[in-house]
Design a protein around this ligand. Structure first.
Ligand code: SF4
Length: 76
């Protein structure tokens, strides 16, 4: 899986950093999301998906990789 963030949409709620602190952090200046790992390790991907699900602004995008390594755009 691969992650993307939209800092313009982020509302600085911080749920992502609480849910997956190894993957997301918050900017010390404005509180907006920072992406620490574009490709979470297998042990981090469940928390990263949960963070995307609970983000109130839809600022986190999850791109699932298909077999063979290609990526597919998420359903919206
Ligand atoms: S949960 Fe969403 S709105 Fe909150 S800090 Fe993370 S990306 Fe921003």
């Amino acid at each position: 899986m691969e992650l993307g963030i939209d800092r313009e949409r982020c509302q600085s709620a911080g749920m992502c950093a609480l849910t997956a602190p190894e993957v997301f952090d918050q900017d010390a200046e404005d509180g907006r999301v920072l992406l620490l790992r574009t490709r979470p390790s297998p042990g981090q991907d469940t928390a990263a998906r949960q963070a995307a699900d609970i983000c109130p602004s839809g600022a986190i995008t999850v791109i699932e990789e298909r077999e063979g390594g290609s990526s597919a755009a998420p359903e919206s």
